[in-house]
Design a protein around this ligand. Structure first.
Ligand SMILES: NC(=O)C1=CN([C@@H]2O[C@H](COP(=O)(O)OP(=O)(O)OC[C@H]3O[C@@H](n4cnc5c(N)ncnc54)[C@H](OP(=O)(O)O)[C@@H]3O)[C@@H](O)[C@H]2O)C=CC1
Ligand SMILES: O=C(O)[C@@H]1CCC=N1
Length: 264
């Protein structure tokens, strides 16, 4: 499999690191493009990695085309590559926020396999939650896209009308969870740990909580019941957090992000 990433910025870079680090599928070449390639110079020393400013060249050279530019830049990229897209050969995967499959079909045509994908930046460490939607032609290629993204975390195939919500929960979600980890780290510092220890306690506890749910399949309240000793310290702290609006502020933040993403 020959893969091109058109637009190797923050997310494209994370995807490239993830592809290079995984060993579940074999890729023959990884072609990375951006307009100014200075930041990618170190990569050209890697075997099987090509760096270029030329999107058309990257497309001609590849089978899977991952488009990872900003929403305002995708139209220009699609216009540029349309003449070299071969529907029999190429699968186009867009990770661009808010751009519908229909917008891409309008330029490349409905006979091209198109996957709309929303990974998150944890893709660079093989732990992305990636949501996928496909056009009719892409249904045959969904397993192919799943193979790529399953080796870089977990995937879920969803209806395209849920993609904006998925972006808020999973992609923006990385920022939300970072803030929760930072806040619990700051609390631990206030209670006497140094900053490094505090962050380690916070990160591993967050990982443990998520792992408990993933492995047991339990509802969060079942796990909470196991921790909240009657009249104990956990329920006292948890109730104070709720009095201060913990769940409510998180839900309101998600809804506000969702309202914003629908204007992008
Ligand atoms: N799922 C997620 O977690 C996230 C998703 N996103 C989405 O991913 C997309 C990319 O975001 P992000 O990586 O943060 O953005 P960046 O601005 O960091 O990356 C975009 C890259 O595209 C390159 N680029 C721009 N125009 C072209 C072109 N014509 N040809 C080739 N390369 C080009 C830019 O580099 P240069 O200027 O050198 O060309 C830049 O490196 C966006 O749509 C964003 O909404 C973003 C962040 C997180
Ligand atoms: O904040 C944003 O608009 C983009 C979409 C998801 C992550 N970053």
């Amino acid at each position: 499999m020959k893969i091109a990433i058109l637009g190797t910025g923050n997310l494209g870079y994370s995807i490239a690191i993830g592809i290079l680090s995984q060993d579940n599928f074999k890729f023959k070449n990884l072609y990375l493009t951006k307009r100014n390639t200075e930041s990618l110079e170190g990569w050209s020393k890697l075997p099987n990695v090509k760096i270029s400013t030329e999107n058309k060249r990257a497309v001609r050279f590849s089978d899977v085309i991952i488009i990872a530019v900003q929403p305002a830049q995708i139209q220009g990229v699609l216009d540029e590559i349309k003449e070299v897209i071969n529907p029999k050969r190429h699968t186009v995967i867009s990770v661009v926020t808010g751009r519908k499959i229909a917008d891409i079909e309008a330029v490349l045509g409905t006979e091209v396999a198109i996957v709309r994908s929303m990974p998150n930046t944890a893709i660079s460490v093989g732990q992305s939650m990636t949501c996928l939607s496909v056009n009719s032609r892409g249904k045959k290629n969904i397993e192919f896209a799943k193979t790529i993204f399953n080796s870089l975390g977990q995937t879920m195939c969803i209806e395209e009308n849920l993609m904006q919500a998925a972006t808020v929960i999973c992609a923006s979600g990385i920022a939300f969870w970072m803030r929760l980890i930072r806040a619990t780290t700051q609390g631990a510092v206030q209670l006497g740990f140094d900053a490094e220890e505090a962050q380690e306690l916070s990160m591993q506890t967050a990982l443990g909580a998520a792992s408990l749910l993933i492995k047991s399949g339990n509802h969060p309240e079942q796990e909470i019941d196991k921790v909240t000793t009657p009249s104990g310290c956990t329920i006292e702290g948890l109730n104070e957090m709720e009095h201060q609006g913990l769940s409510s502020s998180l839900i309101r933040g998600l809804v506000t992000s969702f309202e914003k993403i629908n204007q992008i």
